[in-house]
Design a protein around this ligand. Structure first.
Ligand SMILES: [Zn+2]
Ligand SMILES: [Zn+2]
Length: 321
């Protein structure tokens, strides 16, 4: 199996292990997106070794559930043990024994084939094209914020960061009708955020945290940079909420006394459910393919990763089958 695998470094290999797992579906990957998490794994985050990739669209080749065979699918990335208290409630996202596609104990989507439990797969309607559907995982992750906190249309919300995840957070937050400010570094990305529903965009230049200090009820940190958290803590009002969406290799410095003195609520936020994300996509008036900065074949996967880490780029897609 051809796959983009991380061990000592990132390499295209032609002899990756067959991903087939007993009782699961075998999926032929059509395309897969490179996420900031993938870039962090290459730096050492999560200690993962194996085939990377967790944002994909594919077609089911084999499955014990014959109704899935031949269908175009996306797949939730956490595969639980099936027995613990989390799995018993039908939510494997915090199963202590979970594997996670391309992140933990399970080879991922930058490969010709991948394996996932049948229950993780969601069949795509024809109306949702591959280059929108490939965003379902990060879109679900953005939607998860609204499962965790309530945002009113009278709230002022700031998003720190202007990358691909931040743009999806803007899209989701705009649904609430809140006043929505994005703070970022790149002119073209600030413009895009306006189209995705930001009511105000600010350049992340020195002094901006002071100028806009304590102005926002909710601040979502989605910059992917450790420094984004300090900005978020400066911008949030006393008794406000900071939502943390970025994961980094290593530890993130945090002035904890600010949290105490200002009585802040800090909410960590990771994966979301795909069904509401698919509903949002299927009824969408927005064009997610605008977030795509480049597409590369699997053979050029290493170069695709280099492009994905270039600051001016948004989503890089690896085309596979
Ligand atoms: Zn991701
Ligand atoms: Zn479990």
């Amino acid at each position: 199996v051809k796959a983009l695998t991380f061990r000592d470094g990132l390499k295209l290999v032609r002899d990756a292990p067959d991903p087939r797992r007993e009782g699961e579906a075998l999926v032929q990957v059509i395309c897969a997106g490179i996420c900031n998490t993938d870039l962090e794994i290459v730096k050492g985050y999560a200690g993962f070794r194996g085939t990377l990739g967790h944002e994909f669209v594919g077609r089911v080749l084999e499955s014990p559930d014959t109704s899935l065979i031949g269908r175009r699918v996306v797949g939730e990335i956490n595969a639980g043990c099936g027995f613990c208290e989390w799995c018993a409630q039908g939510d494997s996202r915090h199963c202590p024994d979970r594997t996670v596609l391309g992140i933990k104990g399970r080879d991922g989507a930058f490969a010709e084939f991948l394996s996932l439990p049948n229950s993780n797969l969601i069949v795509l309607p024809d109306s949702v094209a591959d280059d929108s559907a490939v965003f379902i995982e990060p879109l679900a992750a953005a939607l998860n914020i609204l499962e965790q906190i309530s945002v009113k249309n009278s709230d002022s919300v700031a998003v720190v960061g202007d990358g691909k995840l931040a743009q999806l957070v803007v899209l989701v937050m705009a649904q609430t009708g809140c006043s929505l400010t994005l703070i970022g570094r790149h002119g073209d990305k600030l413009e895009l955020a306006k189209e995705f529903g930001a009511t105000r965009v600010l350049r992340a230049q020195p002094g901006v945290d002071r100028e806009w200090a304590s102005r926002f009820d909710v601040v979502v940190e989605a910059s992917g940079a450790p420094s984004g958290l300090a900005t978020a803590l400066a911008l949030v009002k006393p008794r406000g909420t900071v939502v943390m969406k970025s994961t980094h290799e290593g530890s993130t410095p945090l002035e904890m006394s600010q949290v105490v003195v200002n009585e802040l609520t800090i909410v960590g936020s990771r994966c979301g459910r795909f069904r509401p994300a698919l509903d949002l996509l299927a009824g969408a008036r927005f064009d997610l393919s605008r977030l795509i900065s480049g597409q590369f074949p699997l053979e050029d996967g290493v170069r695709a990763f280099e492009e994905a880490s270039a600051p001016h780029n948004l989503k890089i897609i690896v085309q596979i089958g």
